[in-house]
Every structure is written in C-alpha cells, then in structure tokens.
Unconditional design. Structure first.
Length: 335
C-alpha cells in the first residue's frame, strides 16, 4: 500500500502550503508508475475551513484520519491568527493531536510549528519555523531549540519546515528518506523544482547591516563538493574564500545555517547514500571516496543522519535492475 499521509487543515490555513504535500508526494512513483504516497486532507470535525485568502475549503475527512496515517502534516496557518500557541489550544485540537500514534511521523510546515510546540511535541528537540517568527517562537517555547537558519529540521519522528517553499524541500526530503535519492529526484523533476536547495533560510533573513562586496561562500562550497575525498580542513576552505578562518566561519553559518564542518559532513553522508544506492563499491571504498577516515566514521555519521547502518541502507535502497534493463525506484516493490 502507498504510504498514507494525512494533512490537517486548521482555520487560517494558507492554500499554497496546504497543497504542497499532495503536489510533491503524489509525484513519487515506483518503476511501474504506481504512487508511493496517498495524501488526504482533513479538518477538525470534518468542518469547512476558512483560508487566509478569503475562501473556504471543505475537506473530505475529519480528524479520525490522523490515527490511521503513516505521516501527519500540520499545514501552515496565517501567523496573524490567534492560534499559533499564543493561547491554549482548543480541546478538539488537543484531542486530535493526542490521537496520533506514537509511531506516526509528524510534520509541521512553517508557522504550524507553534501548534506542535504548544502541544509539547517539540520539547527537548530542535525545530524551525519562518525566520520572522523564530524570536517569538523561542520566547514562548524555551524548551525547544529553535534554529532560524535552516530550511527544515529532521528529528526522526518529528520534522519542522521553515517558511513557504521550504515545505517543498521537506516533502522531497521525506521522499528521499523513505524511497531514496532517485525517487526524490524524479518527483522534483515532475514538480519542476530543484531536488536539493543549497543553503538554509539564513540566506533570506533581512540582515540589519548590509553586506558589501563579494562575500558569498558559494564558490568555496562548490569547490569543496568537488573535493569531498580530500581532508578539507577549515583553514583550506577559508584560504580558498580569501578570508580569515573567523570571518569565513561567521559568513558560512550566516549563509548556510550550519558550521562548515557540519555542512561538509552532510555532503559526505549524502554522497555516500548516493554511492550506496547506485554502485557496488564496498563500504570501505565508499568511506574513502567521500572523505571519511574509515568505515566506522561513515557508519557513525550515516546512523546519526538517518538511523541506518551502511549495510542496512544499501539493502533498503539499492537500485535494482529489472530483467529488461530498466532501473527500479529504490525501495519500490517489484512484482
């Protein structure tokens, strides 16, 4: 069966964001063209929901759908609404969230992170929301480690996306995580979007101090991606960018939302996943090819990122060849 996704629409929902899960996830298909996800929209009590654009949507399902889903998505609300954790959540919303099984993945888009935080579902976790709301979010929910510089945060069971189009990035990440890189890339092509956007939402934050001259670290990031097998010391990156280590580190974090070391590790893990999916290289060879000192480092970082060892990831997502030579989508059933 397809992976079941339930999207909860609340009053003040943004129509664009409400449509993102269905638009992106339903583009993911296996080698025979069968959909990998089914996406349905629900509301509290199955009641019509007024959007922030002045029209009403009438979902076909009520909140009972949340208990049956594999993934629950809370769609973005207009931040001007009184919900967003600025007061107690309504009893019916509290009950609906409580009905979500502990094994079900939960996703918030943009401002709906306030709903999850108000319900206590983000306590002790890292999370993000639209950068313009992060200061208020951090003040209201001190138990949550808010990160204003990234497009999305994946805590395993609970994921949060920043503003607007970051919901697309997060949905593609879900496809990548569930069914592999090839499936996500194919879905991105059908949606006519980039399968992976460089940088985080830090690049969109309105900085009070203007930046003069060519201060971007983008060329150095590209340079590093082409040399992942090399040591890539921080001093080497700063030297390539013609900056001091301190200046480079500050500018890099401002643009990407991560430290250079964290970003390089992510690139190496992503490259390793691609090689595990598409090649027959040994784990040792892959570790060397992506710049990890040994297979233990690869195993440690891959497990930290997605919870799987290299061998388990390869078993789950390796691209298989059909008898007629066609490539099957990683993770898809063949029959």
């Amino acid at each position: 069966m397809p992976h079941r996704v339930a999207v909860l629409a609340l009053d003040g929902v943004k129509p664009f964001d409400l449509g993102i899960p269905g638009q992106v996830l339903e583009q993911a298909a296996d080698a025979s063209g069968r959909p990998l996800y089914s996406v349905s929209i629900c509301s509290l009590g199955g009641r019509p929901v007024r959007t922030n654009q002045g029209f009403i949507v009438s979902p076909e399902h009520d909140e009972r759908l949340l208990a049956e889903a594999d993934t629950v998505v809370i769609a973005t609300q207009d931040p001007r609404r009184d919900m967003l954790g600025r007061g107690p959540l309504s009893p019916d919303l509290v009950a609906a969230l409580a009905s979500i099984p502990a094994t079900t993945r939960v996703v918030s888009l943009c401002s709906s992170a306030f709903v999850l935080a108000a319900a206590g579902m983000l306590d002790g976790l890292s999370a993000t929301t639209h950068w313009a709301l992060c200061a208020e979010f951090a003040q209201r929910f001190p138990l949550v480690d808010v990160n204003p510089g990234v497009l999305f945060v994946d805590n395993g069971r609970v994921l949060t996306a920043s503003g607007a189009a970051a919901g697309i990035d997060l949905c593609l990440h879900l496809v990548r995580r569930d069914f592999g890189v090839d499936a996500a890339n194919a879905a991105a092509r059908r949606c006519v979007v980039a399968p992976w956007r460089e940088g985080g939402q830090a690049q969109f934050i309105e900085h009070p101090v203007p930046v003069h001259g060519d201060s971007s670290t983008s060329s150095t990031r590209q340079w590093a991606v082409e040399r992942l097998a090399e040591p890539l010391r921080l001093a080497d990156l700063a030297r390539h960018a013609h900056m001091s280590v301190r200046t480079f580190t500050r500018k890099f974090r401002a643009e990407v939302g991560q430290s250079p070391q964290q970003w390089i590790t992510r690139q190496r893990v992503d490259r390793a996943r691609r090689l595990l999916e598409t090649t027959d290289l040994t784990i040792n060879e892959i570790a060397t090819a992506v710049g990890f000192a040994d297979p233990v480092q690869l195993r440690t970082h891959l497990r930290a990122a997605i919870g799987l060892s290299p061998h388990a990831y390869r078993r789950a997502y390796s691209v298989t060849r059909w008898s007629d030579g066609e490539t099957a989508v990683p993770g898809a059933k063949t029959s």
